[in-house]
Design a binder for this molecule. Structure first.
Ligand SMILES: [Zn+2]
Length: 470
């Protein structure tokens, strides 16, 4: 969720630039605007802090709901903050006030405009840390009982920094780099008196953006604390899963996640800028089969090219939304006054978020099914899905929830709930491993639909460009 909010905050400032300043801003004197904006964000921060502090006190008295309340307020403060940023940008002339002070340089004014919101997010982590500490301390007793390896609990500042680094910068740096590149290309085109939107300018924009996409994982792996896993039996077992499915990824890397959470991921599109990351706590605490199920799940994302298809699905959604808006504009004249760049952008973003979640959850289920098949074939040499197969996956998911103090029913936009994923893995019991599972057919249909929509929505433009060139 956080990554979308951060991307939207940058998008919000860009949208303001596109819509035009004078139309919307009711600008007061710049200094007054700055004071008002910081005061408004300060109020949200103060309320967040008070609720976190009160939740901490009631947690000490044994309240079970305090933990949930503190998480919900944290998420609510981020949503309210984003709404506030949009409001001050469009109604208070905030971005103009920022530019009155620091001018319109590539990236710097955008960063300054988003800063109150980003500071609010960082403050949220700081305010929430005492609760996180209480939960870590509670788990500590269990870890001692169970004989798990113990790690020192981070200081408040270290907790704050590792969250900023691993949850915020990791998304913001690539997004800001893309935005800086695009703005830089425009400024360079202006300086060279090239026509805006001409072939050369757009080609430079596209090539630079693609290069950033391919290279961003190098920065991401560094932003996340990672160390390559040394040679040995564990490394061989993990690499074997990759080799079985003919997938190449650098690593595996031991990943120190914030709060030592249990997690695994693949980042990157192209070898050798593509990495397999497994959190240190997962490598230490997982038994062989659940761990191999997790690796197989990540391998599935690579082998089935989920990232690429997710990107294409987003592209298809943008194309389709454009055509739907054009159709509404054409067929429903009374709605025409409401269709402009701002509403179109909001409609497109909403559609993109909805489709992204829908497709991402299905790809997640397909990766789980892939892992079930892998373990069934690998461990039982079975032609049908065995209890060992789905058990390894449900075991891994349950352990993730346990170790991260997370409810199995907690629902996430990208992954759905763990309980639901377990149910789906279990439902594969007895199916033939050589045939496609229902989720494979669903994923294949998503891919076909994506291609059809992309061709149908972008072909007219290609044809127009071709006709114009002739
Ligand atoms: Zn996954």
């Amino acid at each position: 969720m956080l990554q979308f909010l951060l991307i939207f905050s940058v998008a919000c400032v860009h949208l303001h630039d596109q819509v035009g300043r004078a139309d919307l801003a009711v600008s007061g004197p710049p200094l007054q605007t700055v004071v008002r904006v910081f005061a408004l964000f300060g109020v949200v921060a103060a309320i967040t802090w008070i609720i976190q502090a009160l939740s901490g006190l009631s947690m000490d008295r044994g309240s079970r709901r305090a933990w949930t309340t503190s998480h919900l307020t944290l998420e609510a403060s981020r949503l309210v903050g984003l709404a506030l940023l949009a409001w001050v940008t469009f109604a208070l002339g905030w971005v103009d006030a920022v530019r009155a002070f620091i001018g319109d340089y590539v990236l710097i004014d955008e960063v300054a405009a988003c800063l109150p919101y980003w500071l609010l997010i960082a403050f949220g982590w700081w305010a929430h840390e005492p609760l996180e500490r209480r939960s870590r301390e509670a788990v500590l007793a269990r870890d001692i009982d169970e004989g798990f390896p113990l790690r020192p609990i981070e200081s408040r500042m270290a907790y704050l920094w590792s969250n900023i680094r691993q949850q915020a910068l990791v998304w913001l740096v690539p997004v800001l780099a893309l935005s800086a590149w695009s703005e830089g290309v425009d400024k360079a085109a202006e300086a060279l008196t090239l026509e805006k939107g001409s072939g050369a300018v757009e080609a430079a924009r596209l090539i630079g953006s693609l290069a950033l996409f391919v290279l961003a994982p190098v920065a991401i792996r560094r932003a996340w604390k990672t160390v390559e896993l040394g040679p040995g039996e564990l490394r061989d077992r993990i690499n074997n899963v990759c080799r079985t499915h003919g997938v190449r990824a650098a690593g595996p890397y031991v990943w120190s996640t914030p709060g030592d959470g249990i997690n695994a991921a693949v980042v990157g599109f192209l070898h050798p800028f593509r990495y397999l990351l497994i959190s240190r706590s997962m490598l230490e605490s997982f038994a062989n089969r659940p761990l191999m199920a997790v690796v197989a799940h990540e391998v599935a994302h690579l082998k089935l090219r989920h990232m690429l298809w997710l990107g294409l699905a987003v592209l298809a959604t943008v194309g389709l939304t454009g055509w739907l808006l054009t159709a509404i504009d054409y067929a429903l004249p009374p709605l025409r006054p409401f269709i402009n760049e701002a509403t179109a952008a909001v409609a497109t973003l909403t559609a993109v978020v909805l489709v992204f979640g829908f497709v991402s959850r299905r790809f997640e289920w397909q990766a789980d099914a892939f892992a079930v098949r892998h373990i069934s074939k690998d461990c039982d040499a079975d032609t049908h899905v065995s209890a060992t197969g789905w058990g390894a996956v449900t075991g891994a998911l349950t352990q993730v929830a346990m170790a991260n103090n997370m409810s199995m029913r907690r629902w996430s936009w990208r992954h759905g709930s763990l309980a639901d994923r377990c149910r789906r893995a279990k439902a594969l019991h007895g199916r033939s491993t050589s045939r496609a599972f229902p989720i494979d057919i669903q994923a294949a249909s998503i891919k076909v639909l994506t291609v059809v929509v992309i061709v149908a929505s972008y072909a007219p433009f290609a044809w127009l460009a071709f006709a114009a060139a002739r």
